[in-house]
Design a protein around this ligand. Structure first.
Ligand code: TPP
Length: 203
């Protein structure tokens, strides 16, 4: 299992490279949720056979899913940071808000109906979890008891907008509902800006 220190060091290395302007594409760095992510991977025993879906901020997920450090770094250098896809390691990510919840539910449906033991884990942000497609996917997965879990990493904001202010509620919509059975939720503070390094990088 990758350690917290290794996750932190990886993001620091990418940050330093990004600052030089050689990565001609967006990069979303994250720090402050390493322990929670490691704990979730350990507790749920997320392994090679399981499917992980993520979004624009998935460097840590790729490392935890077993993508070799250098392979991941090369993909980021090629500009693929926001849409990292390594089918061989069963991790698929997209830079589009709300784009993968339906796919995750579909894979889970297929796994169940083929009698397979693999599971689906989708990691997203707090604003993503307020979208209609997230609600629909969770409802479907819950109603048909499909092998999918949605992990909501709540950093309080959507880019720079306060998610709770937008929705007029201090809690996520699913708090206290039956759907929590299919959702893992935790809060963290991201030590990096939403995207990039908070300063203009010319490339
Ligand atoms: C369809 C679409 N609309 C807008 C964006 C721009 N965008 C990228 S990330 C993001 C905020 C998402 O917030 P949240 O789900 O809380 O993610 P996090 O803060 O963890 O990155 C937005 C609006 C996008 N990528 N896709």
């Amino acid at each position: 299992m990758v350690t917290k220190e290794e996750l932190v060091a990886f993001e620091q290395e990418i940050a330093a490279i990004y600052a030089t302007g050689v990565i001609c594409a967006p990069v979303h760095l994250r720090a402050g949720r390493e322990e929670q992510l490691i704990e979730i991977f350990k507790e749920h025993n997320i392994g090679d056979d399981d499917y992980v879906f993520g979004f624009w901020d998935s460097h840590e997920l790729a490392l935890l899913k077993g993508v070799p450090r250098e392979e991941l770094k090369n993909a980021i250098l090629e500009g693929k940071s926001i849409s990292l896809c390594f089918p061989r390691y069963r991790i698929l990510c997209s830079g589009i808000v709300g784009s993968l919840m339906g796919a995750a539910a579909g894979v889970a449906w297929s796994l169940k109906h083929e009698g397979r033991k693999e599971r689906v884990f989708l990691f997203c942000g707090d604003m993503s979890s307020e979208t209609g497609i997230f609600h629909e996917a969770v409802k479907y997965v819950y109603n048909f008891d499909l092998p999918a879990t949605f992990i909501v990493c709540d950093n309080g904001v959507s880019v720079m907008t306060n998610t709770r202010t937008v929705w007029g509620n201090s809690d996520p919509w699913f708090k206290g509902t039956k759907y929590e059975k299919k959702i893992i939720y935790f809060k963290y503070t991201n030590a990096y800006p939403h995207s990039g390094l908070g300063k203009l990088i010319k490339f």
